[in-house]
Design a protein around this ligand. Structure first.
Ligand SMILES: *Cc1c(COP(=O)(O)O)cnc(C)c1O
Length: 433
């Protein structure tokens, strides 16, 4: 690994300065490169598929702000719409029609969503959806799956116990046991464990939350049987099925993972792409459930900046572009091309890898074991991933700085960019062999 402090001195000194006033120098821990070693880049600006760091280096960006920037940075339609919105005032604390417009667009895109409530982050969306599921059913227990991330909601910050049916144990100091004692953690794709839990206490389960296609342990797709059992059991026991599509919504297709898969959850959480790079989250679903939210119903949830007009304008412009000029077929083809190139290169230098991909979301796992859940994801050689990450960085390709994250191809990437990234991957795999 190259020493960042000599290779990228401006980023290194900016990081030192930030660390004196911001814990760890970052405002979200994933940005700190803990999974790969070394210091994070400080970004000066972004444009199209590129990030530019303080030292003047340019990178092909396969993170896209961890999901939102599916159109690439500074898409003209989004820039124009947000500037126009800012000039009309940046926050009213009163309703405006932009909120209704974006709500109509979400409902039009996702058939299972009949009503939607906007918030300011994905975390707020999942937190509120859980509260609503509990308020609607009058039950407390919530089921989640190991390796799925739903933001930093207390009740969902639970690690996988070795025994899937044991009570959840908080994995962050500051989360009281009381906050997680009603959370059960199961293994993703484990149909038997799911059936066992419902048989034992199905009538106490308020809801089940999952990433229908997981991005947050690296890319892991669900089996068809797992999805159909989830729907069947939640329906049978009257539990609310919550799809957390904060990452997959409007990314795996205009209708997200659920339309791609043909699924119909009761509630869905959104964020990331929906805000087009601005702080937006949302939760929506069946009208009979959504009408329980205050002021229509008794379940409290509020937000000073919820439905912020500038963020709504960015979301409307982003969704409009995705609907009018759908990039999904091209993103699929380009992401597949990267995978084919990386798999071939890895085989030729005898580096065991798995390439998991759905649409524009993909992960190159450094393991010879097929990755279907958190346990198999953990078989990866994370040291080798770290070396690969820095080799790619030195070739101008910015990947997520952890083995357990999904990379994103964006619509601003041309065939030439994809070829460059693939070539960088071929060389980097050779370097880490
Ligand atoms: C990013 C993410 C969240 C949290 O969203 P924030 O806006 O970071 O709070 C929740 N769920 C999933 C699936 C995510 O990918």
């Amino acid at each position: 690994m190259l020493d960042l402090s000599t290779v990228r001195p401006a980023s290194a000194s900016a990081f030192e300065r930030a660390k004196t006033v911001i814990p760890g120098g970052v405002n979200s821990p994933a940005r700190a490169f803990g999974g790969v070693g070394g210091n994070p880049l400080f970004i000066a600006r972004a444009d199209g598929p590129f990030l530019y760091d303080l030292d003047g280096n340019r990178y092909l960006d396969f993170i896209g702000s961890w999901g939102p920037m599916i159109l690439g940075h500074c898409h003209p339609a989004v820039v124009e719409a947000t500037i126009a919105a800012v000039k009309n005032g940046s926050s009213y604390g009163a309703p405006c029609e932009l909120e209704t417009r974006l709500a109509e667009m979400v409902i039009d895109a996702v058939p299972s969503v009949q009503m939607v409530r906007f918030v300011s982050s994905g975390t707020e969306a999942t937190m509120s959806a859980i509260r609503l599921a509990r308020g609607f059913t009058g039950r407390d227990n919530v089921v989640k799956f190991a390796g799925c991330y739903h933001g930093h909601v207390d009740s969902l910050l639970v690690s996988a116990g070795s025994s899937a049916l044991t009570l959840g144990v908080p994995n962050s100091p500051g989360v009281p046991v009381g906050c997680t004692q009603d959370t059960s953690v199961l293994r993703f794709n484990d149909v038997a464990a799911l059936a066992e839990l419902f048989a034992a206490k199905g009538d106490k389960i308020a809801g089940v939350i999952l990433e229908p296609i997981v991005g947050n342990m690296g890319l892991v797709p669900p089996t068809a049987e797992f999805r159909s059992e989830l729907r069947r059991l939640t329906q049978k026991y009257g539990a609310i099925l919550i799809y957390d599509e904060v990452m997959t919504g409007f990314r795996l297709g205009y209708g997200g993972a659920q339309v791609m898969l043909g699924d119909s959850p009761d509630l869905t959480c959104f964020g990331k792409v929906l805000g087009g790079g601005y702080p937006v989250g949302a939760y929506g679903g069946r009208a009979d459930i959504m009408k329980k939210i205050m002021p229509a119903g008794p379940v409290f949830q509020a937000g000073t900046l919820s439905g912020n007009p500038v963020a709504m304008a960015a979301g409307i412009a982003t969704l409009n572009e995705l609907k009018v000029n759908p990039p999904y077929a091209r993103l699929e083809e380009q992401s597949n091309r990267i995978g084919v190139g990386l798999l071939k290169a890895a085989a030729s230098v005898n580096v065991p890898v798995q390439f998991n991909r759905v649409g524009s979301m993909w992960t190159l796992f450094f393991t010879d074991t097929p990755v279907t859940d958190l346990d198999t994801a953990k078989t990866c050689d994370t040291k080798r991933f770290g070396r690969f990450f820095w080799e790619m960085m030195d070739r101008g390709v910015y990947l997520p700085c952890s083995q357990f994250e999904a990379a994103f191809t964006c619509a601003a990437m041309t065939a030439e960019h994809i070829a460059q990234a693939t070539q960088a991957g071929v060389e980097s795999l050779k370097a880490v062999a």
